[in-house]
Design a protein around this ligand. Structure first.
Ligand SMILES: [Zn+2]
Length: 290
């Protein structure tokens, strides 16, 4: 990803509608497996633990403090819409519900004024304190929310204290995103949190703060769903599901027994894995990967 600060005014034919960009028209998707340009990241607010994320209501125990946006809302929206028009996938860092409103509003305007065929896969990184209506709106816009499972353990105590008990059900949703039909990726935000995928998967399932207390347990998902998030979900969110994010049986062509395994077993197994999803797994336990 590149930061939106890198975008600058560029000249293009007026019909192209390119207002901001980088040299040579490079944008999301440029490159190959060695070096690839991903989304452009737009920072809209701060953090919950630092009580700087933009909330619609005050932080717990701090009357008058509801955080703040990094820039005026109109400026953030202008950058997001301009990046969309220039062909970028936008990843908006939005943690507080007020910041999420700004990001969703910008994505909605981009979609209505400048529809892009083929889907944009715009993302909201963190989507940390999201009201129920924002889940529904994100789903309807096709926005991908990118929560960090590991934050439950590493930041859960601080986030809970910051928002107070009434808003804990908004924190780092996973279950409600899947229930709304949204794609759920796995993410660590490394180096902010530990990057090991198995730790992230563990926390997406177990949802415990460092003190051992449950962290918005209603949003826990199953191990199978968390594995799916860390593989296919993350690949889809990176527009790379064609190259990454699937598991299949691989065997050595030099071993007779493995050759037999590959010829006789792998096609059926990989077919099963390709067609696997939480819902299909529930329908048929016999087709699950081994
Ligand atoms: Zn971020």
């Amino acid at each position: 990803m590149i930061a939106s600060d890198v975008l600058r005014p560029v000249t293009a034919h007026p019909d192209d509608g390119v207002e901001l960009g980088i040299d040579l028209g490079i944008r999301t998707g440029f490159g190959d497996d060695w070096l690839r340009v991903g989304a452009v990241k737009v920072f809209t607010d701060g953090s919950l633990v630092g009580r700087t994320a933009a909330m619609t209501e005050d932080y717990a125990g701090q009357p008058g403090n509801h955080g703040y946006l990094q820039e005026p809302a109109a400026d953030l929206e202008r950058v997001i819409v301009a990046a969309h028009r220039a062909g970028w996938q936008v990843a908006a860092h939005a943690i507080g519900d007020a910041a999420i409103d700004v990001a969703l509003g910008a994505f909605a305007r981009a979609a209505s004024q400048y529809p892009r065929p083929g889907g944009t896969r715009h993302r909201i990184e963190h989507f940390a304190a999201a009201r129920p209506d924002q889940v529904a709106r994100a789903a309807s816009l096709g926005v991908i929310a990118v929560p960090q499972g590991r934050f439950a353990t590493e930041l859960g105590d601080g986030m809970t204290a910051a928002v107070g008990p009434g808003r804990v059900p908004w924190l780092y949703r996973q279950r409600s995103l899947l229930d709304a039909g949204m794609v759920l990726p796995g993410s660590s935000d490394r180096p902010v949190a530990e990057g090991a995928p198995l730790l992230g998967i563990h926390d997406m399932v177990n949802r415990r703060a460092s003190c051992g207390a449950p962290f918005n347990e209603a949003e826990a998902i199953t191990a199978r769903e968390a594995l799916r998030a860390y593989t296919w979900g993350s690949a889809y969110a990176s527009r790379a599901e064609g190259q990454r994010g699937r598991s299949r049986l691989v065997s050595s062509p030099t071993s007779p027994s493995c050759r037999r395994t590959r010829r006789e077993s792998a096609p059926a197994a990989s077919r099963a894995w390709r067609s696997w999803s939480p819902s299909s797994a529930a329908r048929s336990a016999t087709t699950r990967p081994g």
